[in-house]
Design a protein around this ligand. Structure first.
Ligand code: COA
Length: 260
């Protein structure tokens, strides 16, 4: 069987590609399991600062659940799959590095839910995003209802979840589903890596602290969040990279961050 996931490195960025273009990169059981293993492998590698998740080919990022495989699955197997979405794909929202979905085509159903699990999202101008599950007699089951409402607000989330309508990249950007659309003049990967260069080359301790602090805002009450921010600031304040940044400004040069 061919590997459903490809992993490559570009300096501190890991590029994770769902590689099933003949099925529009749909999420089969094996794909979800392998993505889970990839998450563990990347977590064990402290040099990874950014993980770019994308799809093979130029048609699909991911067309959601593998509907062909789903036809032969029992209800019990579907339940197991829903559990696996949460356990095996949860790292996209919890890792110590920044996760970004680089949407190279359609991101539908579970495909958009994958992208919603990431910290950031960008897309090609021709991308199509949507949660069509209700038209299939189900609801998004890989975190989609919860994540989309938190990301773009209840009214917009209800519009998309209840109607199942598909958005083009321009509308997805306007409603806040996408952080940016990479212009056609650049390749999606190059554009994504150029956008995230400050993360890839920035002070590792501060980058991680910033990621954890902002992510925490959705779960914590404000006072708790302010305490957590202070805690994380303290770690930055004690870092050598913070002193190096101040020296670099005084000496009018680029800082040389070491992650200490
Ligand atoms: N699971 C498995 N296979 C899928 C798939 C999915 N989710 N989506 C597409 N494919 C397969 C098609 O069956 C087809 O295979 P075939 O040639 O062997 O029949 C191949 O990918 C190409 O799809 P096709 O529909 O011919 O291409 P298209 O460019 O016209 O449309 C989509 C692409 C993704 C827009 C369309 O296939 C679609 O709407 N798929 C369903 C998406 C969906 O509802 N996902 C939510 C699941 S909860």
């Amino acid at each position: 069987m061919t590997e459903p996931i490809r992993v490559e490195r570009s300096a501190a960025a890991a590029i994770v590609t769902i590689d099933r273009p003949e099925r529009m990169n749909a999420l089969s059981w094996a794909t979800v399991r392998r993505l889970g293993e990839v998450g563990q492998e990347l977590a064990a590698d402290a040099s990874v600062r950014v993980c770019v998740l994308t799809g093979a080919g130029d048609k699909a990022f991911c067309a959601g659940a593998d509907l062909k495989e789903r036809q032969s699955m029992s209800r019990a197997q579907v339940r197991e799959m829903l559990t696996a979405y949460r356990s095996d794909l949860g790292w996209l929202a919890r890792s110590d590095f920044v996760t970004v979905a680089a949407i190279n085509g359609v991101a539908l159903g579970g495909g958009l839910e994958l992208a919603l699990s990431c910290d950031l999202r960008c897309a090609v101008p021709g991308a199509t995003l949507g949660l069509p599950e209700t038209s299939l007699g189900i609801i998004p089951g890989a975190g989609g209802t919860q994540r989309i409402a938190r990301l773009i607000g209840e009214a917009r989330a209800l519009d998309l979840v209840l109607t199942g309508r598909r958005l083009d990249a321009t509308e997805a950007l306007a409603v806040g589903l996408l952080n940016r659309v990479i212009p056609e003049s650049e390749s999606l990967l190059d554009g994504t890596l150029a956008w995230l260069k400050p993360v890839i080359e920035g002070a590792p301790i501060a980058q991680r602290a910033a990621l954890l602090a902002v992510r925490a805002a959705r779960a914590l009450h404000l006072e708790q969040g302010l305490d957590y921010e202070r805690e994380l600031y303290e770690i930055c304040l004690e870092s050598e990279d913070r002193d190096e940044a101040l020296r670099a400004i005084a000496e009018k040069r680029k800082p040389n961050f070491t992650g200490k």
